[in-house]
Design a protein around this ligand. Structure first.
Ligand SMILES: [Fe+2]
Length: 274
């Protein structure tokens, strides 16, 4: 089991290198540096050989009692504590990077408390055209009965929501927390007084339904709604806005820019029936 995870990570790491070797201006720091170094001779790596045997999807875990919808769209969760970045990619089953995946993070503050009244340490973001994300936050504190963890919901356009949790290596409570699962361990390293973590998600999405280029383009176009209502692609909706689609009325749950695949019936994280 452990060995399989290691091989999967290696394939994805090499695939990252291939992504970075392509003429793409976006580079991520941290965990990809070694992969980038390994192709310093300019030989771009072909992703297919490392991905053709598929990867196991990231396992789901309980949502817990503290999820709140309508988190603000932001990649940085401000607050005092030990600085932590979590970066990585979201892949489909065939190891293809998935763009525009909604990632909604929530966690405890440094004292182990959740903010259930406002949105401290809650925020959602979308993977970029290369399937990459980066969360900037603090190391969450411990609270009774649990080991250290970060909650996340991940949803590719038009696909079901994956609810899971991310864990930290070397935590004593990892041995006693019955929810903890080593398959959800992040790679964490200490950098200065902070921590840099990496984790790659694999969603249960087959085939290359999300072309990064096509999806990136679609976010800038406004086209008539195929659902025959007021909902449109390329519109910035705020929480509380209403739109109609397919004869039904929906209320926006969290602010976002609409895009193909994010039709209201497909994304319960973004739209609720009014
Ligand atoms: Fe929790």
């Amino acid at each position: 089991m452990e060995g399989e995870n290691t091989r999967g990570s290696t394939r994805r790491t090499l695939f990252k290198a291939a992504l970075i070797a392509s003429p793409v201006p976006v580079l991520l720091g941290g965990g990809v540096a070694l992969a980038r170094d390994s192709i310093a001779n300019g030989q771009p790596l072909e992703p297919t050989p490392f991905c053709d045997d598929g990867d196991d999807p990231t396992i789901p875990q309980t949502e817990g009692p503290y999820f709140k919808p309508n988190s603000p769209q932001r990649a940085t969760l401000p607050g005092s504590g030990t600085l932590l970045t979590v970066s990585g990619y979201v892949f489909g089953l065939a190891c293809q990077p998935l763009a525009n995946v909604l990632l909604d993070f929530w966690q405890a503050d440094r004292n182990g408390a959740y903010d259930n009244y406002t949105y401290n340490f809650r925020g959602h973001q979308f993977t970029n055209a290369q399937g990459a994300f980066k969360l900037t936050t603090i190391v969450p504190g411990l609270y009774p009965g649990r080991t250290r963890h970060i909650h996340v919901k991940a949803q590719a356009p038009g696909r079901p929501v994956l609810t899971t949790q991310l864990y930290f290596p070397g935590e004593p409570r990892n041995n006693t927390d019955t929810i903890y699962d080593p398959r959800l361990l992040m790679n964490v390293r200490t950098v200065g007084s902070g921590r840099e973590a990496t984790f790659d998600f694999v969603l249960n999405v087959a085939g290359s339904t999300t072309s990064p280029t096509a999806t990136a383009t679609s976010t800038t176009t406004t086209s008539p709604s195929p659902g025959g209502g007021t909902w449109r692609v390329g519109v910035t909706y705020q929480a509380g806005n209403q739109a109609t689609y397919g004869g039904a009325t929906y209320r926006c749950r969290q602010g976002h820019t609409s895009q193909a695949g994010w039709e209201p019936p497909n994304v319960p994280a973004l739209w609720a029936r009014a």
